[in-house]
Every structure is written in C-alpha cells, then in structure tokens.
Design a binder for this molecule. Structure first.
Ligand SMILES: Cc1cc2nc3c(=O)[nH]c(=O)nc-3n(C[C@H](O)[C@H](O)[C@H](O)COP(=O)(O)OP(=O)(O)OC[C@H]3O[C@@H](n4cnc5c(N)ncnc54)[C@H](O)[C@@H]3O)c2cc1C
Length: 257
C-alpha cells in the first residue's frame, strides 16, 4: 500500500502571534506540524503496519520544513519529500500548493492520500480536496475512522458532531479530523532512525513546472488581528436599579433602543 501524507509546517497558534507589514511575523514564532496532519501521519503509520507498504510525507514549502518532516520520519514514516518553492514562487495560494502536490503525485502509484482537515494558520481546508480533484480520485473530508479491506474502504466522517458512514474504494484521498487517533510522540530510537531515512528535496524544475503554471488564483489583500474588545460593564445594586441602568445604557451608550 502506497500511502502519502500531505504535511504542512505551521506556526503554533498556542503561542503569541504578531503581525508586521501585513504578514505574520515569523521571528519568535514557534513552528510545528499542523496538528491535523499529525493525525494523518499516525493513521498512515497504523495502516502501513496492518497492511504493509510505505508511508511518504510530502510538504510544499521551504527548507525550514525539513525539521517537521524529520519529526514525521521519527514518528515512523518511511520517506519524506520536500518541494522547495521558495526561490521559484513569489506568491502562493491553495491552488499553487494543490497543483504542485498533484503534479508530483500524478505519475506515482498512489493508493491512499491522507491530508489534514484544515491548516491551523491559513485554514481554508482546500488543499486536500483540490489535490483529489486534480488527480481525479474520490475524497472524503473530516474522517474519524478508516477501515480498509483489500480495495474496499469504510469511512466514518464527522458531520458537525453527527456521524456519516461512507463506503468507497482505493485510490482515495481523506482528510483527518480530531479524534481519528492519538498521534504518537517520536521515540528516541525513532529520532535516531529518522536521521538516516531518505528526505528528497525537489524544485519546480524537477516537476517540469514553470512559475506561470502554479500562479496563485487569489491575492491576500490584508491580514490583521481582531480589534481588542473593551472590558464588559458589571452592574451592581438592587435588581430594579440594575434593570433601569441597563435600559438607560442600551439607550444612551449602545444606542440599540
Ligand atoms: C513559500 C510559500 C510562500 C507563500 N506565500 C503566501 C502568500 O504570499 N500569501 C498567502 O496568503 N499564503 C502564502 N503561502 C501559504 C500557502 O499558500 C497556503 O498556506 C497553502 O496554500 C495552504 O493553504 P491552507 O493553509 O488554507 O491549507 P488547508 O487547505 O487548510 O490545509 C489542509 C491540509 O492540506 C495539506 N496542506 C496544506 N498546505 C500544504 C503544504 N504547503 N504542503 C503539504 N500539504 C499541505 C495539509 O494536509 C493540511 O492539513 C505561502 C506558502 C509557501 C510555502
């Protein structure tokens, strides 16, 4: 079974984020594997262990992403591929990323592709479905369970808290939702082994792509942090006085009545 995991390096949204000149300031930001992609790596490893085959983790990005790819190798993936677009692509969007990934995969023997449901930074949830569309294979998003029997696949997907059961066949792309599994931490032997596992770096040229072929279809005009909310007002005193004051404030300050 040939399994590919689409893995994105993202900044850690649990850490403080600042914006400088309309872009996220990378200085001081912590970078991690997109958390949904950790579920994807874990699922791929478990499927390989049950069914045999190979897990390849694939990132479109720059050389900084090698660290996250090595972590996935330390978790147990077999191979990593970094498509480094830093020197070739000035402006990228979800179309760019999906087109590059699909171009890389189009002549590979692919049984299963596992992506994250969404990247926690740009969060469009587009890349997985776009890749499947370009490869002309079925896709199922936000999966919480996956069972493979030969070419047949049974999937449970999360539908806003409800569950939907779907049957389909390989080749297939799925996107991982929280709850799919408990991603393992890389073990010390895993980290040692990962240093020797293959990590190939490619550029657009290697895929016979020109910058025009992957030109972004959208342009981000502005990125800004939400306006800081003012502290709420706490009313005190007898309930009748509070009601009077509330009505007065709604009239004079909030101007909604
Ligand atoms: C060199 C470079 C320059 C960029 N320049 C800009 C820019 O100028 N403006 C801008 O707005 N954005 C830019 N980006 C960001 C990039 O275009 C988007 O983040 C990317 O297309 C993914 O979209 P998303 O975050 O909405 O992913 P989603 O669609 O939410 O991601 C869902 C899943 O798709 C997969 N996936 C997503 N991205 C990748 C990836 N890169 N590699 C492998 N798998 C992936 C993962 O499995 C992920 O969980 C740049 C990225 C790079 C690498």
């Amino acid at each position: 079974m040939n399994i590919f995991v689409l893995l994105k390096r993202t900044f850690d949204t649990e850490e403080k984020i600042s914006i400088a000149n309309g872009v996220i300031n990378e200085d001081g930001a912590e970078f991690i594997i997109n958390p949904y992609d950790e579920y994807a790596v874990e699922e791929a490893i478990q499927i390989r262990d049950d069914h045999g085959g190979e897990v390849t983790v694939l990132t479109v990005g720059n050389e900084d992403a090698e660290k996250q790819l090595r972590t996935a190798l330390a978790m147990g993936a077999d191979k990593a591929v970094l498509i480094n677009i830093e020197d070739d692509v000035e402006y990228s969007d979800q179309y760019t990323t999906a087109k590059i990934i699909a171009e890389y995969l189009k002549d590979k023997e692919v049984d299963l592709i596992i992506a994250g449901n969404v990247a926690i930074d740009n969060a469009s949830g587009q890349v997985g479905p776009r890749v499947a569309d370009l490869l002309d294979i079925p896709y199922i998003t936000t999966i919480t369970n996956l069972t493979i029997d030969g070419k047949n696949v049974s999937v449970v997907r999360d539908v806003e808290g409800d569950e939907e059961k779907i049957e389909t066949t390989l080749p297939l792309l799925v996107t991982a939702q929280q709850g799919l599994n408990d991603p393992r931490y890389p073990s010390l032997p895993g980290i040692m082994k990962a240093k020797k596992k293959p990590l190939a770096t490619l550029e657009l040229d290697d895929l016979d792509l020109e910058e025009e072929d992957v030109e972004a279809k959208t342009k981000t005009i502005e990125i800004y942090l939400p306006q800081q909310k003012q502290a709420g007002k706490l009313l005190t005193g007898e309930i009748e006085e509070q009601v009077k004051e509330l009505v007065s404030l709604l009239h004079t300050e909030a101007k909604v009545i």
